[in-house]
Design a protein around this ligand. Structure first.
Ligand code: ADP
Ligand code: MG
Length: 246
């Protein structure tokens, strides 16, 4: 047994004859916070979607505690309760209150007792600072508040790993900070996370490892102190330089 929660082994993904992921290997251990950075179109979302099996890998494997993920309905839905995902576009149920949104998964997927669903919802809404809005509908919330509810809803499932795909990219600039602060707090509480982000300061300060992807490859995978201040690969250097300039 290795101590990796998730291992990505020789992962390739093609859409038609367009190879989007080209032999990706990496792993994540308990308590690690991995930020994935890279230009638009480099394959970051596809990688997260393969990890969550929203996309089926063309080649290679995703191992969860050393066991390959099976593509059957039951095994997959069980896996997805342990590996949660937070999307750029929140994906809340707009016809439900904040409270019901947070209880939907624990009720319908985990089939927990009503009291347990309630208690988890309250705990995690408090954790993200959204308890005062428990009876609000998503339409009454700002983007930053919606994203914090989406994070609380994901936490209610007690995931072992939480995947984030550009969680602040759809937000007005003044709301980015409140969401990043929640994620920073989760990191300090030991939650294992893989975060695709363009927030370089966040990646630099919060990640335990940063991965730079370019054109379907993991070009560099290192502690942020090295990757941001002394990148080994010329492509990483070029990307960071362009980023600093813009
Ligand atoms: N479902 C799909 N069908 C065809 N091509 C896709 C699909 N999803 C992503 N792609 C292509 O894969 C490449 C990588 O996309 P993506 O993973 O979304 O990159 P990123 O998240 O880094 O911006 C892009 O060229 C994109 O057009
Ligand atoms: Mg993307």
């Amino acid at each position: 047994m290795s101590d990796a929660i998730i291992k990505v082994e020789s992962l390739r993904k093609s859409f038609g004859d367009h190879e989007v992921l080209k032999k990706i290997d990496f792993e994540i251990k308990k308590g690690e916070v991995i930020c994935i950075i890279g230009s638009s179109g480099s394959g970051k979302s596809t990688l997260l979607r393969c990890i969550n099996h929203l996309e089926t890998p063309t080649e290679g494997e995703i191992l969860f505690h050393d066991v390959p993920i099976k593509n059957t309905g039951r095994a997959l839905s069980e896996y997805r309760t342990k590996v949660g995902m937070v999307f750029q576009s929140f994906n809340l149920f707009n016809n439900m209150t904040v409270f019901d949104n947070c209880m939907s998964g624990t009720k319908k997927v985990l089939h927990l007792e009503k009291e347990e669903c309630k208690s988890r919802a309250i705990t995690h809404l408090k954790q993200v600072g959204m308890a005062p809005y428990i009876h609000a509908k998503p339409s009454q919330l700002s983007g930053g508040q919606k994203q914090r509810v989406a994070i609380a809803r994901a936490l209610c499932m007690n995931p072992e790993v939480l995947l984030f795909d550009e969680p602040t990219s759809a937000l007005d600039p003044e709301m980015v900070g409140e969401v990043l602060n929640v994620m920073k707090k989760l990191a300090s509480e030991g939650l294992t996370m893989i975060i695709v982000t363009h927030e370089m300061e966040f990646a630099k300060n919060v990640s335990t490892r940063t991965i730079f992807m370019d054109d379907g490859y993991v070009v560099e995978d290192d502690i942020p102190q090295n990757l941001f201040t002394n990148p080994k690969n010329p492509r990483t250097r070029e990307f960071l330089k362009r980023y600093m300039e813009s």
